[in-house]
Design a protein around this ligand. Structure first.
Ligand code: GLN
Ligand code: ZN
Length: 770
């Protein structure tokens, strides 16, 4: 590309930046405020300081337009609820008494008042607080936070662009408030909501905003004609108001699809589109719509969700094509940089050569600025950056880390037979019954037992060298002895070792697999003040040595009852990691599956008769658009079967999932061909049992009868009642008795009581059935 083809100067921008600060200062301040250690004023000062330093960082790096309003004490969707005055009735008194405390009450609940429900933000690992709306909801504009942050950035001499959740996405993310009929459609509130948005937009303009960004990621998922019509009406209404700033409507996480022509025709001033994975689809749709004449296009060419460097040359070529389709093309990350850690250069434990493959928020910012410069001044202006980028991409592409011939040969040699058990379930179950000799309605747990302070301290002591490995392992063995002896006394049928050695169900395995990297400072917000450090799946995956066998066999040596081996499945390993982007996800899943398959084999060879492979993330990684579901489910279920199908017919494979809505993936659950599946079901009163039955699910299932998200102990009668409901859907010969999920977040006293009640309930039902 030459300098001449770039008409206007391309601007560099982002939609949002990590909120927590380089040392998670925000987490410390907010949690300190909750504990009474930090005053409200000190919390506000910390927050303002973090915003200032983020804006300075962005501006110093060369970002032309900085986002404002993206900062949050807890969650930006909750901030939108406050912005729109949509405070749920039960929180109004608290919010009126003290807005900050009321805000945290909505986020976390209090002794007497339940918080808002929390759920995943599209297909990311960020969780937002679900707006609760009803026919009586009255919206009122409360733009103080947005205006304050805009004013702060203006005072620094910057060009700010306030970023707001758009009206259509806000309503589509909402659910009926408690007491409102379940079929209430929040979208019916659109006409009431638009004047409030209009008022906020006018206020922002009056406060000095030239542009305002309205985020509409919900339009990148499948939408009905009525929903598209709502988008059309919303932007016709907001766009034709006179006292408004310029409007940029942003979408991300997938292609805009049918919503693209709707927004392209709307009287708004610009669109921001995702040109990462969705690049081809968005380019085609944009061309088909006749481009964006007279409008600004913000091209999200730098991936805002993964942690890999950009292919600058490829991005420049996409941008070159886009120049012909819009009045002006600016450059951004595909979505807020909230989803990536702050600074890859802080990762001193990662070899410098590999560190150069990584781009966290700071590095992505630099990439955006480089691309803007290249687009405006021509590639000659960025020769050095392009050369360095080419070298880094080549080093990654040719590295032995990303290309292990042994792993690749093995993955290529996988046959259909490798992904299928040698006998059908009907024959396997006979063999398993003979081998295990379990009673009717067998009882078990999901794997983890309480992760006590003592266990966490032992792990910390090992890290700091206060105890040695031998001392730590003795501590773990003691815990396993306690867990086994409790389960025997309580009368459980299939025991577990309790997972005391695991810090986290993904990290524990990532640390032992070749091809994974760990970060030291790679924190990303999961929700509120909870941050996680996902491992980086960087290369070809192999398993140098067994990972769990000695703990399971130790546990088995202490009891005559069967002890379940316990592994995290391939889909969940990918879902809760930063995954390599240089090959299809299905290929990566297959490598992980082969490594786990070796572990399954070793467990079986060591005498383990029951092996559970957890896939809690199977449902949550489902792509946003239904058209992409079959391809995803095909590789996901194949990876699970590749992991497990290696065992003999008389070895029983369990799986576990915890997500309330399984209805739309029952066929995939069936395709896993696990002998037994345990699922979360207590709060939904066995809904999942009915869904499995309606599907004709042919194998064994344990819908949970104990809600482990609460310290509440269900009595034996309550558990028995749930089992009776379960028995209406699943025959007694195929029904298992277990809690909803692992017990790691629970305390010992309630765990003991609840499991004893669960065993009592199973015994009661066995007598009733006899
Ligand atoms: N086996 C794991 C545990 O019990 C499963 C956790 C999960 O489903 N998230 O902790
Ligand atoms: Zn679970």
């Amino acid at each position: 590309m030459t300098a001449k083809s770039a008409a206007a100067a391309a601007r560099a921008t982002v939609y949002g930046y990590p909120r927590q600060g380089p040392h998670r200062e925000l987490k410390n301040a907010v949690e300190g405020y909750w504990k009474g250690r930090v005053t409200a004023d000190a919390l506000r000062d910390t927050a303002a300081g973090l915003r200032r330093s983020n804006w300075r960082q962005l501006a110093d790096a060369g970002i032309d337009e900085v986002p404002t309003g993206d900062f949050s004490y807890y969650d930006h969707v909750l901030d939108t609820t406050v912005l729109l005055g949509a405070i749920p009735a039960r929180h109004r008194t608290a919010v009126a008494a003290d807005p900050l405390d009321g805000y945290f009450a909505m986020a976390r609940g209090t002794q007497d008042v339940a918080p808002l429900e929390m759920t995943k933000w599209f297909d990311t690992n960020y969780h937002y607080l679900v707006p609760e709306l009803g026919p009586d909801t009255a919206f009122t504009a409360d733009p103080a936070k947005q205006v304050t942050e805009l004013t702060e950035a203006l005072a620094l001499g910057l060009t700010p662009r306030p970023v707001l959740v758009g009206p259509v996405t806000y309503l589509l993310l909402a659910k009926p408030a408690p007491g409102v009929p379940a079929d209430f459609d929040p979208l019916t509130l659109l006409d009431r909501l638009l004047p409030v948005y209009a008022e906020i937009l006018a206020d922002l303009r009056a406060a000095g905003a030239d542009w305002v960004q309205l985020d509409e990621p919900a339009l990148a998922a499948d939408r009905t004609p009525a929903e598209l019509n709502a988008a059309e009406r919303a932007y016709r209404d907001l766009g034709t108001r006179t006292d408004r700033p310029k409007l940029l409507v942003a979408s991300y996480f997938d292609r805009l699809g049918d919503a693209l022509p709707v927004l392209a025709k709307a009287p708004v001033d610009g669109l921001a589109l995702d040109f990462t994975d969705a690049a081809a689809a968005n380019l085609d749709a944009l061309a088909a719509a006749g481009g964006l004449p007279g409008k600004r296009l913000v091209a999200g060419v730098v991936n805002g969700r993964n942690i890999w460097i950009n292919d600058l040359q490829k991005s420049l070529s996409t941008l070159g094509t886009l120049l012909g389709l819009a009045d002006r093309v600016d450059i951004a990350a595909s979505c807020s940089l909230l989803h990536v850690p702050l600074d890859a250069s802080a990762e001193r434990d990662i070899a410098p050569q590999i560190r150069r493959w990584l781009a966290f928020a700071q590095q992505k910012t630099a990439e955006i600025v480089t691309l803007a410069k290249g687009l405006t001044q021509g590639t000659d202006a960025i020769t050095a950056e392009l050369a360095a980028n080419r070298a880094d991409l080549a080093s990654r592409a040719t590295s032995p880390i990303t290309h292990d011939p042994a792993v690749r040969d093995r993955a290529a040699a996988v046959t259909d037979a490798d992904t299928h058990r040698s006998l059908p379930y009907a024959d396997r179950t006979t063999a398993q019954r003979t081998r295990l000799g379990l009673p009717l309605l067998p009882t078990t747990t999901i794997g983890s037992f309480p992760q006590t302070t003592a266990l966490r301290t032992a792990r910390a002591d090992l890290r700091t060298g206060r105890i040695d490995t031998a001392g730590y392992e003795e501590r773990i063995r003691t815990e396993i002895r306690d867990v086994i002896s409790f389960q025997e006394k309580a009368g459980l049928d299939v025991l577990v070792h309790g997972e005391p050695e695991r810090n986290d169900m993904v990290q524990y395995f990532a640390e032992q697999l070749t091809g994974y990297l760990a970060t030291r400072h790679g924190w990303v917000q999961s929700y509120g003040t909870r941050y996680v450090r996902p491992p980086v799946l960087a290369g070809d995956i192999s398993r140098p040595a067994p990972m769990t066998v000695r703990w399971t066999t130790y546990a088995q040596s202490l009891t005559d009852r069967p002890v379940k081996g316990m592994l995290t499945g391939p889909v969940t390993m990918l879902a809760w990691s930063f995954v390599r982007d240089d090959q299809p996800l299905g290929d990566t899943a297959r490598q992980v599956a082969l490594a786990l398959r070796d572990e399954v084999s070793d467990l079986e060879a060591a005498g383990t008769a029951v092996i559970q492979v957890d896939e809690p993330a199977l449902r949550e990684t489902l792509p946003l658009r239904a058209a992409d579901h079959p391809a995803y489910l095909a590789w996901a279920t194949e990876a699970f079967r590749l992991t497990t199908a290696v065992v003999r017919p008389d070895t029983q494979i369990h799986t576990h999932m915890c997500y309330a809505e399984f209805g739309d993936i029952v066929q995939a659950i069936d395709d896993l061909d696990a002998d037994v599946i345990s699922l979360e079901a207590a709060r939904s009163h066995m809904q999942v049992a009915r869904e499995l039955a309606a599907h004709g699910y042919p194998r064994e299932a344990g819908p949970g009868v104990y809600d482990i998200h609460s310290p509440r102990v269900p009595g034996p009668e309550e558990a028995a009642a749930l089992l009776r409901t379960g028995l209406k859907a699943i025959p007694a010969t195929r029904l298992w008795v277990n809690p909803d999920c692992g017990l790691k977040t629970r305390g010992w006293p309630e765990t003991q009581a609840a499991l004893e009640n669960l065993v009592t309930a199973a015994r009661t039902l066995r007598e009733e059935l006899a």
